[in-house]
Design a protein around this ligand. Structure first.
Ligand code: LMR
Length: 342
């Protein structure tokens, strides 16, 4: 039975306790339901695209349609650079940006962008459960962002249309699209390239128009947006990690009843475990697509080549430490062991 209490409508939330959900959501008008607008920038067949849809389905079925999660993929509502504002103003209630994109608000999250910091999804996930990760999560809350989960995508690879990227000299003057993170900008400066910060939905058109030459992204994002069709060379470098913060507007979250919060958290936990499996699978399949398409020249970085890149990029660790101290770096797995090239 629906009890009498303040109604939650789009953009306006008022908390109230419901003993049970209404049996037939078809009978409810839009302004009697809780509507969560969830905006993201990638395609529906990517790990994030599939996970957000699954989250919407689970929540809808577990609340008999009382909570409706409306998913807007492909920058349909908001692009990079607009998403955070939209969330903080309450124009949408959920977003799932990459960790790199939160660094304008919480620069310490750049630790995830440090090149060659992690060797597997699991290492990233464990880092985020460490004391350093805990501090990073807490900083989001101070910005009005309620973190619900971390979703994996995978490791970034580099593509360009000029030459294979193997030696450091190969980067000279290449115009590389990057996400908005200073570590990423500096990464390409150190390699002798030029970094361009652009929204994700601009990568394909900018490559097509020849306004940029190169970009870094996961197999899933490259294949899903046909980026490889505009690029001749790919280096499988696994140099940087791409994962997502699944965020809700903090005030919206606090205004939900305990009962609804529990359903959302349970559903999110289930989806997050599932997402970790499909992220790996989708990236593996998309890598195979590129290996078999005969459409892009692939080079996998050898151990020796990787060591040269790692050394060239070491100053990023120094500047990160200068800015934020060594507490975040300390929990990166490779600093717990000896570096491979020492
Ligand atoms: C990018 O901008 O390259 C990625 O963050 C897109 C995404 O959300 O995976």
């Amino acid at each position: 039975m629906l009890t009498t209490c303040p109604i939650i409508i789009l953009f306006v939330s008022v908390s109230c306790q419901y003993g049970t959900y209404p049996q037939d959501h078809e009978q409810l008008s839009a302004d009697e339901r809780i509507v969560i607008r969830f905006s993201h920038v990638v395609g529906e067949d990517t790990p994030k695209g599939q996970a957000s849809r699954k989250f919407a389905e689970l929540v809808e079925s577990r609340t008999d349609g009382y909570v409706e999660v409306q998913v807007f993929p492909n920058s349909f509502l908001y692009r990079d650079g607009e998403e955070f504002d939209a969330l903080l103003k309450g124009d949408v209630q959920m977003i799932a940006p990459s960790t790199s994109k939160v660094t304008k608000l919480v620069p310490e999250w750049q630790v995830i962008d440090l090149p060659f910091a992690f060797n597997s999804d699991q290492e990233v996930n464990e880092y985020l459960e460490s004391p350093a990760g805990q501090v990073l999560w807490d900083k989001l809350k101070r910005e009005g962002l309620y973190p619900l989960a971390f979703w994996n995508n995978g490791f970034k690879q580099m593509t360009n249309n000029r030459n294979p990227l193997i030696d450091l000299a190969d980067f000279k003057n290449l115009r590389f699209r990057v996400m908005s993170s200073e570590v990423l900008e500096e990464q390409f400066s150190l390699l002798g390239a030029q970094a361009h910060v652009d929204a994700f939905d601009q990568v394909y058109p900018l490559l097509e128009k020849g306004e940029i030459d190169a970009q870094e992204n996961t197999f899933s994002n490259i294949v899903n947006k046909n980026i490889h069709t505009q690029q001749e060379y790919m280096t499988i470098s696994n140099h940087g990690y791409l994962g997502y913060l699944v965020l809700m507007n903090e005030k919206f979250w606090q205004n939900l009843s305990d009962e609804i919060q529990i359903v959302l958290l349970e559903s999110m936990q289930e989806v997050t475990e599932w997402e970790r499996g499909i992220a790996e699978e989708i990236n593996r399949e998309n890598r195979q697509t590129l290996e078999q398409c005969d459409c892009v020249n692939l080079h996998e970085l050898t151990h020796e080549e990787r060591v040269v890149w790692e050394r060239a990029l070491e100053p990023l660790y120094d500047s990160f430490t200068e800015q934020f101290g060594d507490k975040y770096i300390h929990y990166i797995p490779k600093f717990k062991k000896e570096r491979s090239y020492n």
